[in-house]
Design a protein around this ligand. Structure first.
Ligand code: 13P
Ligand code: ZN
Length: 279
């Protein structure tokens, strides 16, 4: 296989690894393929493989094809041996089963987070047909903040937004927060996809982040923007727990017109405390 899609998939895996977001097998990636991308590789697909249970139902994704990282596979190795680490799966006619039609040539299965990926891919497709990428990574700073900021989407979003002017423009719907949960199953997939019905970013407390996008650049850029802001906040908090200066609610409101974004007023509360993480 030698397609642009394969090259782009490899690039985000390598870029994420170089950022330090993918220790060992940490993180996973999925992409809902376009019809023309499936046609391009059709001759290389093996449709005789056996159907397996997804562990959830995603009827809006019935019969579609996805490029997905393998479970236990290292992002670092994707560029070295794509066919060993990545697969293409096809879903059955009611979106309850999948089969591997390409890749994972030395055995294995798609990511253990497949239920979360597919449930997210389903809700974002229903939001906008062009949204095709779901990306999960383990970036240090945002995970660190999940230990010290309240696990409240209003506070989390506001504190991250205040760290970089770009933030409300890049993710105007804010960050949804999933409290610590057992990863790898349907339950965490339900919680995450409830957030992704509206937002492009979900934090998994003490674990990592899920983001979505129309393409790999957008998904990577979103992960990078949130993590960069989280890094600035970690630096600020290592100096002080009170800010002398910051971006204020009216400043955020003033961004809306020139950047054509609408910000939910719930994130723009007047603070009665100067302490980071307090309302
Ligand atoms: P997988 O190797 O199964 O993709 O799991 C990695 C991970 O980050 C789980 O949340
Ligand atoms: Zn993870």
């Amino acid at each position: 296989m030698n397609t642009k899609l394969k090259r782009d998939f490899i690039k985000i895996c390598s870029d994420g690894y170089k950022q330090g977001w993918h220790e060992r097998n940490g993180g996973n990636l999925s992409y809902r393929m376009k019809d023309e991308e499936v046609k391009e590789v059709k001759a290389e697909l093996n449709e005789d493989s056996e159907w397996k249970e997804i562990g959830t139902e995603v009827p809006s994704l019935a019969n579609e094809y996805f490029m997905v990282t393998g479970s236990g596979k290292y992002f670092r190795n994707v560029e070295l041996d794509f066919e060993d680490n990545v697969c293409i799966i096809k879903l059955n006619e009611d979106g309850t089963k999948y089969k591997i039609v390409y890749g994972l040539v030395n055995g294995g299965r798609p990511t253990s987070e497949l239920p979360s990926h597919l449930m997210n891919l389903e809700v974002i497709k229903n939001r906008n047909e062009d949204l095709r990428v779901v990306y999960h990574a383990h970036p240090c700073n945002v995970v660190a903040l999940s230990f010290v900021l309240p696990l409240d989407e209003e506070i989390f979003t506001r504190e991250i937004w205040e760290m970089e002017t770009e933030c409300p423009i890049v993710f105007p719907k804010g960050i949804g927060v999933v409290p610590w949960m057992v990863p790898g199953g349907k339950d965490i997939g339900i919680k995450t996809s409830e957030i992704m019905k509206e937002k492009d970013v979900a934090l998994w407390a003490h674990h990592g982040m899920f983001v979505c996008g129309r393409d790999f650049d957008e998904a990577f850029g979103l992960m990078h923007t949130v993590e960069k802001s989280a890094e600035i906040l970690v630096k600020v908090m290592s100096i002080t727990n009170e800010k002398l200066n910051t971006i204020r609610p009216q400043d955020f409101r003033d961004l809306q017109e020139p950047f054509n974004v609408t910000l939910d007023e719930k994130f723009l509360y007047e603070k009665s405390s100067k302490k980071i993480g307090e309302k």
